[in-house]
Write a protein that binds this ligand. Structure first.
Ligand code: HEC
Ligand code: HEC
Ligand code: HEC
Length: 421
């Protein structure tokens, strides 16, 4: 009798323990899936692997690269059309090394040169999320078929050998834990360098980590300048956080390709991660003091526009078309209409982004913290190339701005490119 009792006791206990560990495992897995989902936001996997109207992560986005048109693939756990048969090792090799299970290489339209620095723990959570937290989809995106020699995926192995690094993320010695968290996000999942770092001869990012002065020193996407992020001397940390979280701050509004980054990725980041990125970007520039513009020059333009006498054609076009929102001060209204005085986009060496904005306007993304969206209308139908050139030249040289003039040929060039969008 005693024996039996003891047996039941053990049995009951063992069953209880078993139940507890199954439950703990389920909780662990639920936790990993949640963590992986957040990491996929940090990595912005959605922006490239989804198209409007199709299931999340089912691929099919056309990316025009200088190799030709590349389609993103289905990365849902569907076994036939997606990556459902990938082992964790194969997933890691694809995401961090750009190597497919058959040994051939991915095209770097997938930012694996940056993802190479994702930690093992984060890769494990991502894998768990993509295998167990994402709905499988049988969507078959169009095949990428590049012309020779780029059609030869084996060639990508050579490119990888020449231009990528399998070095793990290395914390910056002596910097705070917050700055290092920012460095980790920016260098790895955030893949900020894929747009913000200048490209070298092989279209490779010239630098992949904080130790190199080229890292985040500014890039160019089809003429649209991507600003340097090293120190952001005109912005304080709060302005960087606001911009990444809501697509606007009291000085600027997001535009171009950055709009999608804010919409799909940075607006979903936690306050702590955004703050870490801001602290890191300020740190990168050696924490420069905030720069103010030339107050005298700014006042001279404001006074001339206010008096509205003997205006140049550019000044007149500004008052007629832009002044209602951006004002005679060129300062707009904080958080609503962005500043034109000293704005990065206005003062870019290449005026493509500014011309593009004047021709087609701009629309802010709707984000959780700032759901209302403000739009600027396009002026492409109202103003001819010569007028846009004169207006843009005024904007680039009014107030404290000192950027080179814009020609009507430059405007014609951007207008022509719009037909292909
Ligand atoms: C900037 C766009 C972009 C982003 C961001 C991006 N991908 Fe990709 N990804 C691509 C493209 C394009 C391909 C296909 C490349 C090719 O055909 O060589 C690809 C391929 C892949 C593959 C191989 C798929 C297959 O069909 O075998 C995996 C796995 C993958 N991506 C996972 C991810 C994950 C996980 C993330 C987020 C951490 C991510 N990608 C973010 C563009 C992107
Ligand atoms: C797909 C390309 C792309 C990626 C990826 C990208 N950016 Fe940008 N970013 C841009 C472009 C283009 C602009 C210029 C926007 C404009 O002209 O309005 C920009 C502007 C910015 C600005 C404003 C700078 C200024 O002086 O006005 C900040 C801050 C910024 N990005 C931070 C980041 C961070 C942090 C990341 C990574 C988490 C990132 N970006 C990833 C393309 C990108
Ligand atoms: C109806 C109000 C309105 C008018 C008129 C208007 N804008 Fe804007 N403008 C905006 C808003 C709102 C944004 C921010 C849009 C966004 O977030 O993408 C903006 C953005 C901009 C930007 C990008 C600023 C940045 O921070 O990168 C420039 C440059 C610009 N406008 C120039 C002009 C010029 C030049 C004109 C006249 C041809 C003009 N705008 C007319 C409302 C206006």
């Amino acid at each position: 009798m005693k024996l039996l009792n003891l047996k039941t006791f053990f049995l009951a206990n063992a069953m209880l323990l078993g139940a507890v560990s199954v439950q703990a495992q389920a909780e662990d897995e639920a936790q990993l899936i949640k963590q992986g989902e957040y990491l996929s936001r940090l990595g912005d996997c959605m922006a490239c692997h989804s198209v409007a109207g199709k299931p999340a992560y089912s691929g099919g986005l056309a990316i025009d690269s200088n190799l030709g048109r590349i389609y993103s693939t289905n990365i849902t756990p569907d076994k036939e059309h997606g990556i459902g048969n990938y082992s964790e090792q194969q997933f890691n090799d694809a995401v961090r090394k750009g190597v497919l299970p058959d040994g051939t290489g991915l095209y770097p339209a997938m930012p694996y040169p940056d993802y190479a620095k994702i930690s093992d723990a984060d890769m494990h959570a991502l894998y768990t999320y993509f295998m167990k937290g994402v709905q499988p989809s049988a969507e078959q995106p169009p095949e990428t078929s590049l012309s020779f020699p780029f059609s030869q995926r084996w060639g990508m192995r050579f490119w990888n050998w020449a231009f990528t690094s399998d070095k793990a993320f290395k914390p910056i010695g002596g910097a705070s834990a917050e700055i290092n968290r920012g460095a980790y996000i920016v260098e790895s999942l955030g893949h900020c360098g894929s747009c913000h770092t200048p490209r070298g001869l092989g279209m490779n990012e010239k630098a992949l980590d904080s130790g190199d002065g080229d890292f985040l020193a500014g890039g160019n996407l089809n003429g649209w300048e991507v600003p340097s992020l090293r120190g952001l001397p005109r912005w304080n940390e709060k302005e960087i956080v606001d911009y990444l979280q809501t697509g606007r701050n009291d000085k600027a509004a997001v535009g171009g390709e950055m709009t999608s980054v804010v919409e799909h990725s940075s607006s979903h980041m936690t306050d702590a991660d955004l703050q870490a990125i801001a602290a890191y970007l300020k740190f990168l520039g050696g924490n420069p003091p905030l720069q103010a513009g030339d107050a005298n020059a700014a006042q001279a333009t404001e006074a001339k526009l206010t008096a509205a006498k003997n205006l140049s054609e550019g000044e007149r076009l500004y008052l007629d078309n832009c002044g209602a929102c951006h004002f005679v001060t060129g300062k707009g209204a904080p958080g609503i209409f962005p500043e034109l005085d000293q704005a990065t986009l206005v003062n870019a060496g290449d005026p493509t982004g500014l011309i593009h904005t004047i021709l087609v306007g701009a629309q802010q993304p709707s984000t959780e913290k700032a759901p209302s969206t403000l739009a600027m209308p396009g002026f492409g139908n109202r103003l001819n190339d010569d007028e846009v050139a004169k207006l843009a030249t005024f904007v680039r040289q009014g107030w404290s701005n000192k950027a080179p003039a814009v020609t009507k040929e430059q405007v014609a060039e951007v207008r022509k490119s719009l037909h292909h969008e």
